[in-house]
Design a protein. Sequence first.
Length: 636
Amino acid sequence: MDATTNDKQLMGKILYTLLFVIAVPGLLLWWAATLDGRLPFSLSSYSWAGGIIGVLGFLIMVWGMLSIMVFGKGLPMNAYPPKQFVNKGIYALIPHPIYTGFSLLVAGVSLYVGSFSGLFVVFPLTAMGCMALVLGHENFSIRERFPDRQVSPKLFLPAREDRLPGIYNYLAYYLWAIMPVVIFNGCILGLGGGEHTYRHMYVVSADTMLSGNFIIWAILFLLPFCVISQQRLRKIIVAVWVSLGLWIMVCLLWPVLARSHWPANDLLADMDGLRPSYFIFFSIPPVVFAVVMVLFAIRAVGKLLGSLSGAGLTCFLVYLGRDHFFQVVPVVVIAILAMNYSSAWRWLLWLSEKIANSWQEWTFGPVRIINHGIYAGAGGLVGFGLAACLSGTGQVVNMVVFAFIVVITSGLWAQFIEGSEKLKRPFGFYGGLVGIIIGALVLKIMGAEVWIIIGAVSVAMPWVQALGRLRCLVNGCCHGSMTEAENGIRYFHFRSRVDHLSGLKGKPLHATPLYSILWMVFVGVLLYRLWFGGVPTSFIFGLYLMLNGLGRFVEEAFRGEPQTPVVRGLRLYQWTAMASVVVGAAMTVLPGPVPAPEVQVELGPLLAGVLVVGFFSFFAMGVDFPKSNRRFSRLV
């Protein structure tokens, strides 16, 4: 290595250090402080708890850095990774301690200063950003550099083995299953001030946590000692994560369920039914986890005892939720789904494979109609309908113009990036984002309320993307790379891009369109609730860009399309995903109008707009001219 190369590497390391040691933490502090002045929420200061969490996070982060420097013979920089594999020091205990410690540090500082935005916006997005970097880049980089080494920290998920759990496995259970319950309930305890904070949110008082929930907490803490294998304990931890995600989704969709089961908590006595919930991102009743874990234990002790225990547990739940009986139903359903998460996942893969091989086409002279256009039309119809309902009847014409611009720019973008003799008319999502900017400028000239339209479109876009991914399954675009047979789906139809473009017909591939659908459903539900939460439309738009970018960064790492360029070790769309996150963070601090809680919509103009946009989307992505060789003529 010559002197010039050494100098360049040294300068790169210095800039890397300045960026992640000074610039990023400073920007996060500024971001949280700015958002606190714009969002209608508040947080009580818990300096003692914040100090403990912050110091713990800092120590974990420093220990991780020292472990890399001592055992890896390198620096803690993913752009300049260490030359030796590190599985000693804190890396022998927990995975990715630097990211874990930094995330805890952000949470601790937020609690210490009493920053709502820091705890409920900056902290989760920082943690998700770290997870995205690990899942979308670092895991692949580690496997490529050290193919014979495996990361297996003692305090993470137990092994898939039938051996009895050991002390580290029990500690891992408390760390990864119990701690989320305690932390999330603790976060809710810290909320204070104003109806926007408490209303329609599961809030549990300290005395309820220690007394009214005693049986639940006892089950939570004692259950691992009834488990007979590491593999079963691993499933319990994963089931807790699944139930956590499902319960958040249910509470966002059905706010009345977020009310406490325990009559001792009268904080929400004035709740008025199904009004939209506010910030209930962390509403997790411990009973969900208890049901999941009890059902796991039931399986281990026999069918007869299982029936009796299940009946008794159901009666207990009915008693707890006697003021709202139907609260019991989703809790039990969530528990059953979480307990059988592997079977549910296999069913989703099976369904995805069926859709992926469902290609149908009908030719009428020079015109061909392809069935996957139905999904694109449905996406346009649902997305336009939702956005128009949120923004109001007066915006229907503007919304139609906006939708046309977004679809057209999607095609132009993909034509520039991916267009070829084999791809005459591709479409690209990031062209749609460019279309949002162009559409906003056009509507500004037309005198429209641009921020209201952008906010409404942001709420609708995840649903458009989710339905559009069904088209991707049929078309074979956005397909995954090869994986194990039990975790992949196979494409067999000769029209699919997987066959005629990628040459992977019949190979098990990652179900990347399915990954995207699941993530977009969560994003869509969250943004829909925030629309009614008194937050500015600029914040909704920025959050959409950030969450979409984080999901896309991970998804791209599992894709297997040969036409996507790779730039400096990352796929092109991973770079655009990172840009989306940065731009989104900037958008959240811009001033923007707060959406009206109630919008008046006239049915006639709404239906006309829905039909126009739905048909245009269907035609653009489902109708082509197979005998022509002109640009934009053929979809395949």
